[in-house]
Design a binder for this molecule. Sequence first.
Ligand code: G1P
Length: 233
Amino acid sequence: MKAIIPAAGHGTRFLPVTRVVPKEMLPIGAKPALELIVDEARSAGAQGITIVISEGKELIRRYFEGQSDIQFVYQKEQKGLGHAVLQAKTDDDVLILLGDAVIAGCNASEGIVEMSRRHGGAAVIGCERVPREKVSRYGIMKLDGERIVDMVEKPSVDEAPSDIAVAGRYLLPASIFSYLETQTPGKGGEIQLTDAIRRMLAEREAYAYVYPGNRQDIGNPDGYYAALTAFRN
Ligand code: G1P
């Protein structure tokens, strides 16, 4: 299993600091948020980590320079999360950890890997329950028990099949890359990872793991403050 950490976004919700400091490099105590995510991937068993960056985010590269299990690829155009993940294409199963999502209170990736083992190596997506009025910010699951029946990217409150949201961590088979290669743009005109996973569901079992920790989106000031508090406690 390899890990992919998409960290190519421009951080527009956290200007002006993100003009020079990538949001993923904001400190949580003495470590950049991204290092907490790298630690999480390693302890979940990832053999090799690819961080997807974009031009202007070389600080990330400099910080991790010399760590033999980390490599970098560039996303040259901002075409969405699915497109970012595709830049790190590999023949192995992939643990995807969003670079702006830190999770306090558990190692969500370890739990995901464990659940996948229980289900004979199936795909597993880390999830959290969200307030109904916020479903339009997330990928939302349609579930049968823990099994994923369908999912929809950023639905309206009326269209949302549940209040269980995709929350920053995925364990997917290498075949996801062939779906991503043929994926047409979806919500927001972007190549959505959610849409590629939906197509994969026709051929592969996948399960939702509602992890016991809480995720903070450090891509905006409020989420960042919440992350600082969560990791201090
Ligand atoms: C992405 C995914 C979405 C997911 C969210 C949080 O959206 O597309 O399905 O719920 O991350 O993990 P973004 O926050 O990049 O718009």
